[in-house]
Design a protein around this ligand. Structure first.
Ligand code: GCU
Length: 594
């Protein structure tokens, strides 16, 4: 209540507004709120944290020029998380907006004002849990949950608590080994006891800690497989240590063999999570939440949803999205994500998990996200986590109006840039759901066979006739991991959504798409048009010169110029790749490098 009042008075003063606002507590409610108006005043009614969300909602509505009236609203997801991949040396794994604003020189070292602004930024869109460190827990981050760093961690928890935000910590599964136990075997009584003691200590410092996040047996991280234990056994000691304190264990399902032999055509990487976890249905403790990436691969430009979401009905699940644009333009190229989330929501329907998490796109750049327009993704994520069914266009309109003010023509341009950005990016990037044509390691720019002969399990298997991995019932059988109806749809090339065609099927270059075009002609057309559309984005932005604050204008213009050159590079490399394999020229005789 106090916080809501304080935020409201600061906010309204900053907006130069003076509205008579009453705040009323609704007993027994927590995050829900409503906003009522009479001729005399505005009333925010809400639960313990709801009044704060109501205060922000009111300020946004007033700032955007909308009526304050809001019917009672409650979040669809109780945990709305942001996962930082921040390292304690101040760097950020896959960060494209500068360094960490939490860590420096192996300590929690920050500008307190920035942390308070960050708390406001997140709470204003309803995010209520923050995982503060990288899932790859590089030394000394494992010690965050020990006496060495707990006093520092507590201070951050204290700063964020008034914003209704709880901390979560990514932990190192092998920490008991570091502590001299010689093992982290989850069935060892000493290991179990060690976790109990450690967790009790953590809760003395941070009594409302949300819990732990674990990346185990994945990409060289330690885990229960090292001791021939499965992941349900592996999660147990941590979950049981957290349970008496009300903590949860987020257990990531991003597990696969990253040392595959490319000659092995039987092992199909996207099948791994389902194969590993579904036999464990019913065996996870009730405070374990499996955190599953939205697609079965790894945040590619276009993937189907992970089939794991449809399985394991009695197990808690969280969906993990990626706001940081690792494979989607790295906050240089424009990529507005809500259309992707809307598709996921549509496909999953009631199988959409109750818990939601997203890898942060924030850093210590003055504008938070590197690319000014990438802020829209964080804003929309908060709305999506709260409501689930949000229209990407409405989110874009809200964000644009709140960020750039009421100028309708300017807003129309920005909204349409945002809404078209994903398809533009995809059209000059990896075609038809093929995935993994990026440069290895940094994941920016084209390299069609960059991962082809590597251990990462990400193969295209192109030859002169065809491209793609057959994942149908006559191929690897991945399709059978989906519920029957979806499996049947994906299995037939005629009914498979065009954008996912090469995810599921191996096709000849001269295969005819419903449009009448051959596969290879579609790839050429899409890449030529994508590069042109990237130029059109730049032109659209340049028309706004003078209407946008200069700093923002320059920031976005400079990035759009880089996007144009990136798009041309993608166009030429991918078209050449398809031409060299297929030998089929472009029907329109455009330039493709032989
Ligand atoms: C991707 C990404 C890594 C990250 C990993 C994960 O593979 O490239 O940087 O650690 O995902 O989500 O754990």
């Amino acid at each position: 209540m106090e916080m809501a009042r304080a935020e409201l008075s600061t906010g309204l003063a900053a907006l130069d507004m003076d509205a008579p606002v009453l705040i009323q507590a609704v007993p027994d409610a927590d995050e829900g709120y409503e906003i009522l108006t009479t001729n005399e005043n505005i009333t925010i009614r809400g639960g313990k944290r709801g009044v704060l969300y109501g205060a922000y909602a009111l300020m946004m509505r007033l700032a955007a020029g909308f009526s304050p009236e809001t019917p009672w609203t409650e979040p669809a997801c109780p945990l709305r998380m942001l996962n930082h991949w921040d390292n304690m040396d101040g760097s950020i794994e896959r960060g494209y907006a500068g360094g960490s604003f939490f860590f420096r020189d192996h300590h929690l070292k920050y500008d307190e004002q920035r942390i308070l602004q960050y708390g406001r930024l997140l709470a204003s869109v309803g995010i209520n849990v923050v995982s503060i460190n990288n899932v790859n827990v590089h030394s000394p981050a494992g010690l965050l949950i020990t006496q060495t760093y707990l006093p520092e961690l507590k201070q951050v928890a204290d700063l964020l608590r008034p914003f209704g935000i709880r901390l979560l910590v990514a932990v190192d599964y092998a920490l008991p080994v570091t502590y001299g136990l010689g093992t982290a075997d989850p069935v060892s009584p000493q290991v179990q006891e060690w976790w109990k003691r450690q967790v009790s200590l953590v809760y003395q410092y941070i009594p409302d800690l949300c819990g732990f996040l674990v990346k185990a047996d994945s990409e060289f991280r330690p885990g229960p497989h090292m001791y021939q234990r499965n992941h349900a056994e592996g999660a147990q000691p941590l979950a049981r240590a957290l349970k008496p304190h009300g903590g949860v264990l987020l257990w990531r399902c991003f597990v696969y063999n990253c040392k595959q032999d490319w000659r092995d055509a039987k092992t199909d990487r996207p099948m791994a999570p389902y194969e590993i976890y579904t036999p464990l249905e019913g065996q996870f403790d009730d405070n374990v939440i499996l955190q599953i990436k939205n697609g079965p691969y790894d945040f590619q430009v276009r993937e189907p949803v992970s089939p794991l979401f449809f399985a394991m009905p009695t197990t808690n699940k969280a969906i993990e999205l990626q706001l940081t644009q690792e494979y989607t333009g790295q906050q240089i190229d424009l990529f507005y994500m809500p259309p992707q989330w809307q598709e996921i929501q549509k496909t999953l329907g009631e199988n959409m998990p109750k818990y939601i998490s997203a890898v942060s796109n924030l850093g210590d750049d003055p504008n938070w996200t590197g690319h000014d327009l990438a802020q829209a993704n964080l804003f929309a994520y908060g709305l999506f986590a709260w409501h689930r069914n949000v229209d990407p266009a409405v989110c874009a309109q809200w964000w644009t109006r709140l960020t750039f003010g009421p100028d309708a023509s300017c807003n129309q341009t920005i909204v349409s840039m945002l809404l078209s950005s994903r398809e533009i990016y995809e059209s000059y990037n990896t075609p038809l759901g093929l995935c993994w044509m990026v440069n290895p390691n940094n994941h920016y720019g084209p390299s069609p066979e960059g991962y082809e002969y590597s251990g990462w399990g990400t193969y295209l298997r192109a030859n002169r006739d065809a491209i793609g991995v057959d994942r149908t019932t006559s191929g690897t059988g991945f399709i059978l991991q989906y519920p029957e109806k979806l499996a049947a749809q994906y299995n037939r090339v005629e009914t498979c959504p065009e954008q996912l065609l090469l995810f599921f099927h191996r096709l000849r270059y001269n295969y005819r798409l419903p449009s009448g075009k051959t596969l290879v002609q579609h790839v050429y057309d899409s890449h030529f048009s994508g590069a042109e559309q990237a130029k059109a984005l730049l032109c659209a932005w340049q028309m706004l010169k003078g209407k946008i604050p200069q700093e923002t204008y320059t920031n976005v213009e400079e990035r759009l110029m880089r996007q144009v050159s990136n798009a041309c590079e993608w166009r030429d490399v991918i078209n050449t790749y398809f031409f060299r394999y297929s030998g089929i020229p472009d029907e329109h005789g455009r330039v493709i490098y032989p």
